[in-house]
Write a protein that binds this ligand. Structure first.
Ligand SMILES: Nc1ncnc2c1ncn2[C@@H]1O[C@H](COP(=O)(O)OP(=O)(O)OP(=O)(O)O)[C@@H](O)[C@H]1O
Length: 195
């Protein structure tokens, strides 16, 4: 098995108090690892802690040297009234439009606030997937996507994983996880949560 790109060792994370952990697992090149657990168990918090957006209370996160991370958040930034096009959004992360599904490739020069929720979601995903990163973190990537969008996403994840890119994915969509993931990690239901 290849060396880990990212390792979590007894990680406990949260905000003003711990909400998730201890969690231990590793992600190697080419893996698509699903993080699963019920609503509110701390999946998003764990992802945020990996990029410094939530607090790490204890444990250790180890990254391979020079690891480049990309993260797509569950919440999209508010775009209403913002004259930003899809092409400009992708340029922000230096993401290439090559490989976008045809139903989006032709709409890149339209304002994002005039696209549908699913179209905006896929462009937001693409800003992460099209960027240069060794490990891509996705939080609820199938939100607002129709079956064609989910199918395209699964194909893209598998194709990118085959080139050595790794993924850490949180999703409530069991069918998507079953199709896409090479492995799943279940979060503990208790332990670090406030009493
Ligand atoms: N910014 C924040 N400040 C304080 N507490 C927060 C914050 N964001 C989330 N929480 C709390 O952390 C806990 C875990 O939330 P989190 O969003 O990580 O769960 P989740 O497993 O991703 O849930 P879901 O499946 O519903 O998206 C919840 O009790 C939530 O209220």
């Amino acid at each position: 098995m290849s060396a880990a790109l990212l390792s979590l060792d007894a990680v406990v994370a949260g905000y003003h108090q711990p909400v998730v952990g201890p969690v231990s697992f590793a992600v190697a090149a080419g893996e698509i690892v699903g993080v699963v657990g019920p609503n509110g168990c701390g999946k998003s918090t764990l992802l945020r802690a990996l990029v410094g957006a939530a607090r790490l209370f204890s444990g250790r996160v180890s990254r391979a040297p020079d690891l480049v991370l990309s993260i797509q958040n569950q919440q999209q930034p508010p775009l209403d009234g913002v004259p930003l096009t899809g092409r400009e959004l992708l340029a922000l992360t230096d993401a290439t439009p090559a490989g976008l599904p045809p139903w989006l490739a032709g709409r890149l020069d339209e304002r994002l606030d005039r696209l549908s929720g699913g179209q905006r979601q896929y462009l937001s995903l693409w800003a992460s997937l099209g960027a240069a990163a060794d490990l891509v973190i996705l939080d609820e990537p199938t939100n607002n996507l129709d079956p064609a969008g989910v199918g395209h996403l699964v194909d893209v994840l598998r194709a990118q994983a085959a080139t050595g890119r790794a993924f850490l994915v949180v999703s409530h969509d069991a069918d998507f996880l079953a199709s896409a993931c090479s492995r799943r990690e279940a979060l503990p239901l208790s332990g670090a949560r406030p009493s």
